[in-house]
Design a protein around this ligand. Structure first.
Ligand SMILES: Nc1nc2c(c(=O)[nH]1)N[C@H]1C(S)=C(S)[C@@H](COP(=O)(O)OP(=O)(O)OC[C@H]3O[C@@H](n4cnc5c(=O)[nH]c(N)nc54)[C@H](O)[C@@H]3O)O[C@H]1N2
Ligand SMILES: Nc1nc2c(c(=O)[nH]1)N[C@H]1C(S)=C(S)[C@@H](COP(=O)(O)OP(=O)(O)OC[C@H]3O[C@@H](n4cnc5c(=O)[nH]c(N)nc54)[C@H](O)[C@@H]3O)O[C@H]1N2
Ligand code: SF4
Ligand SMILES: [Mo]
Length: 688
């Protein structure tokens, strides 16, 4: 035991609060920092720099330690009683006046299954399905496509069996920086042992370093590229005909549609060399086992769902589904974005993904809850923000920072300002909390128990290493108290521990049916884990697809132009991540270690684009469009393709999302974060 400041800390096995890899970490009394333990994913106890820095957040002096309430223009400290009463009164008034759908609930993929389960239950018992989490901003398009075609939206395979692949086809993902322990400990060793890496990304980044083939696609043009690859597979006889015969439908129509695909023309449209494209197609299709990994470069477009459909075609054509070392594997975002969806923190589905429109599923829940959840799907995140000040009058934000992370940030700020009432539950006074009427102090990773579900469907336990600071309370206790006060259904929120909530989750979520705290221990249980099972299923869709069908269909997918038109004046801004920072930066911008590693944002721009604009490396440039304008340091580098510039969205200043647009994918409602038309000029050239 150790005492930094006034709190007592002890080392107990928990899980990293950052990415979906789900590494085990705990407080280390020797160093006063976080340290890894030999957990199911990081089996040697290895961590990336963010994991190492995870404790910087826990004992940070900016932590909220008491509730805050609005008093005129400012926020002042208050008791929990006053804070709860304000929320109860305001939400009660809005609900009575405008109905429960005038409220919206942002759930947190950074928080546990138990917290998210209680949170969606609270919204639904209040009478609304208006609850969503930032899975919407990340893999909602992937989930929509995979759920429709395969019957499950999650990674088809497990990290361990994926080390057996002969080829990795990584599209729109940069796992070397964004899923570092997966890359270092699973993919890179396999690549060194002979697995071929093919990387589709407009930039060369840390992942590309190990690639045998790199296709620097124009942002927004993955469909022509993937369709051309499909054509090469068919033309060159690289398809798995036995698999097509047994497990795939719609083959003739798909092959007929390929008549209209010209490989060279598509390659040119996608901005890649046709010879390289053909070589990549052969590298993917000519091996026994090839695995697709997909990320935000694929999903975050207004054609995100179709992008994923085009990828699924390649896996089906080559028989790379339902066996070890293959499949289609979305690398999930936060430590519990998989779980937040599994337990129903989504507006269209209940725990376990039954649609809210399914009357039997609603009745099953009513037997557990005493009240039937509403039948009309709720609003998605972003759609809800756009309705602020209109149909939506009050919101509760639990562990998200949408003022920095939603697209078209200047409009988002106006929308948050137009709410009648906003409550924010966070560790810090974030850019979003600045708009709040009530701010509740949250508990950090080291101050909670409960479970989280990682990217390859492994459920693991977190354990408290300390009490929350000051007057802060555990998030689960706060949400249960809110549930009692807002719904009046005390018995429904009367849990004595996270374990009791987990038992309820296992009762209502078929994928978790056979899991238990005792079974989890310091290991993991992988879904699907049916009642009576001794082990979860690593490879999905083996004999049948999760949909129950033996066959999945090929799908003809057409290219759609990006939402922003680009003329000669414009460059295409695409956004993404770097190793040292995490999402809105709320946590990582406060870490001494991580800001030492990388303190400032930079705009990657190709040397030819820089010369044309008189931009030298290291000067400040203005990046602007009709939505907004930011200034940032130029990083002149051939790593980014010509015509494209890249910035992260990890900073409130510069706020990259001031430049991104409102276009949403029609199916999944994911924003087009990866393609915005911008003008780039030297900063003082403009002001002169
Ligand atoms: N270090 C770090 N790790 C993280 C996070 C973090 O913020 N920082 N966030 C977590 C979260 S929430 C998520 S969702 C994951 C996301 O992990 P990734 O999916 O890897 O995330 P990004 O960096 O946004 O995008 C990946 C790549 O897509 C490329 N790209 C851009 N446009 C296109 C395009 O049109 N087509 C193609 N093919 N590629 C394109 C970008 O250049 C970028 O290299 O990471 C998680 N892990
Ligand atoms: N331009 C651009 N924008 C993007 C993206 C992009 O690629 N480009 N990616 C999108 C994606 S994939 C995602 S997932 C979103 C992420 O968007 P957000 O979820 O809004 O980003 P985070 O910074 O992860 O916000 C998490 C918040 O929760 C708080 N928090 C963390 N842990 C806890 C806890 O234990 N308890 C409580 N109460 N609070 C906690 C943090 O302090 C922080 O304020 O951003 C999206 N925005
Ligand atoms: S790889 Fe992800 S889960 Fe593992 S230490 Fe790094 S941020 Fe945490
Ligand atoms: Mo994400």
């Amino acid at each position: 035991m150790e005492t930094p400041g006034e709190r007592v800390f002890e080392a107990r096995e928990s899980i990293c609060p950052f990415c979906g890899v789900g590494c085990g970490l705990s407080y280390d009394p020797k160093s006063g920092k976080a340290t890894g333990w030999r957990a199911p994913v990081n089996t040697r106890g290895e961590l990336c720099p963010k994991g190492v820095a995870a404790f910087d957040v826990v004992d940070h002096p900016d932590r909220l330690t008491a509730p805050l309430v609005r008093d005129g223009d400012g926020l002042r400290e208050a008791t929990w009683e006053e804070a709860f009463e304000r929320i109860e009164t305001a939400f009660g008034e809005i609900r009575d006046r405008d109905g429960p759908d005038a409220l919206f609930f942002f759930a947190s993929s950074n928080c546990t299954n138990e917290e998210n389960y209680v949170f969606q239950k609270l919204a639904r018992l209040l009478g609304t399905n208006n609850v969503d989490n930032c899975a919407r901003l990340c893999h909602s398009s992937t989930v929509a496509a995979m759920q429709e075609r395969f019957g499950a939206g999650a990674m088809t395979n497990s990290l361990v069996d994926l080390t057996e692949a002969d080829a990795y086809f990584v599209v729109g993902a940069n796992p070397a920086e964004n899923h570092p322990i997966i890359f270092q400990s699973y993919l890179a060793p396999a690549i060194r042992d002979g697995t071929t890496l093919i990387h589709v990304d407009p930039r060369e980044n840390a992942t590309t370093k190990l690639a045998a083939h790199h296709l620097p696609v124009r942002p927004g043009y993955d469909i022509p590229l993937l369709n051309a690859m499909a054509k090469v597979l068919v033309e060159e006889g690289l398809t798995d005909d036995a698999f097509l015969e047994e497990r795939v439908s719609g083959v003739d129509a798909f092959v007929a549609a390929l008549d209209g695909v010209d490989v060279d023309a598509n390659a040119e449209l996608a901005g890649v060399d046709p010879g390289e494209l053909r070589a990549a197609a052969r590298a993917y299709a000519s091996v026994e086992r090839a695995a697709i990994f997909t990320g935000m470069g694929t999903s975050q477009h207004h054609c995100g769902t179709d992008n994923v459909h085009a990828l699924l075609n390649l896996a089906l054509l080559t028989g790379n589904v339902g066996k070890r070392g293959s499949g289609v594997n979305p690398l999930r975002g936060q430590n519990n974005v998989q779980g937040a969806g599994d337990v129903g923190a989504l507006p269209n589905v209940l725990p376990g993904y039954a649609p809210v429109t399914d009357v039997d599923a609603r009745e099953r829940l009513a037997r557990e809850w005493g009240v039937e959840p509403p039948a009309v799907p709720g609003l998605t995140e972003v759609e809800a923000t756009h309705a602020f000040g209109g149909g939506v009058r009050g919101a509760f934000v639990f562990g998200e920072n949408p003022v920095v992370t939603e697209p078209n940030a200047n409009r988002v700020a106006e929308k948050f300002d137009s709410l009648d009432f906003l409550a924010v539950h966070d560790l810090f006074l974030t850019e979003t909390a600045a708009f709040a009427d009530v701010v509740l102090p949250g508990s950090a990773w080291a101050e909670r128990g409960g479970t989280v579900t990682n990217t390859d469907r492994q459920v693991q336990r977190m354990r408290p290493n300390a009490d929350p600071p000051g007057d802060a309370r555990e998030d689960l206790a706060v949400l249960c108290e809110l549930g009692r006060r807002l719904t009046g259904l005390d018995a429904q929120f009367d849990y004595d521990s996270p374990e009791q909530v987990f038992e309820e989750i296992a009762r209502v979520t078929p994928q978790y049916a056979g899991m238990s705290y005792a079974g989890l221990g310091t290991g993991s249980q992988r879904w699907p884990f049916p009642e009576g099972a001794t082990e979860g299923v690593d490879v999905l869709h083996r004999e049948r697809f999760a949909s129950g069908d033996r066959c999945a269909a090929l799908r003809v997918v057409e290219h759609v132009d990006p939402a922003d038109a680009v003329d000669d004046d414009h460059l295409v801004l695409t956004t993404g991540r770097v190793l040292q920072h995490f999402n809105s930066g709320a946590l990582t911008r406060r870490s001494g270690l991580l800001t030492r590693l990388r303190s400032e944002d930079a705009l990657q721009i190709h040397p030819d684009d820089a010369v044309e604009r008189g931009i030298d490396d290291g000067v400040r440039v203005r990046v602007a469009n009709d939505r907004g304008s930011v200034t940032v340091v130029a990083d002149v580098t051939p790593a980014v393709r010509r015509g494209t510039v890249f910035a992260t969205f990890h900073y409130a200043e510069p706020l990259a999302n001031a430049l991104t647009g409102d276009a949403l994918d029609p199916v999944s409602k994911i924003p087009e974060y990866k393609h915005s038309a911008v003008r780039v000029t030297v900063e003082n050239a403009e002001s002169e």
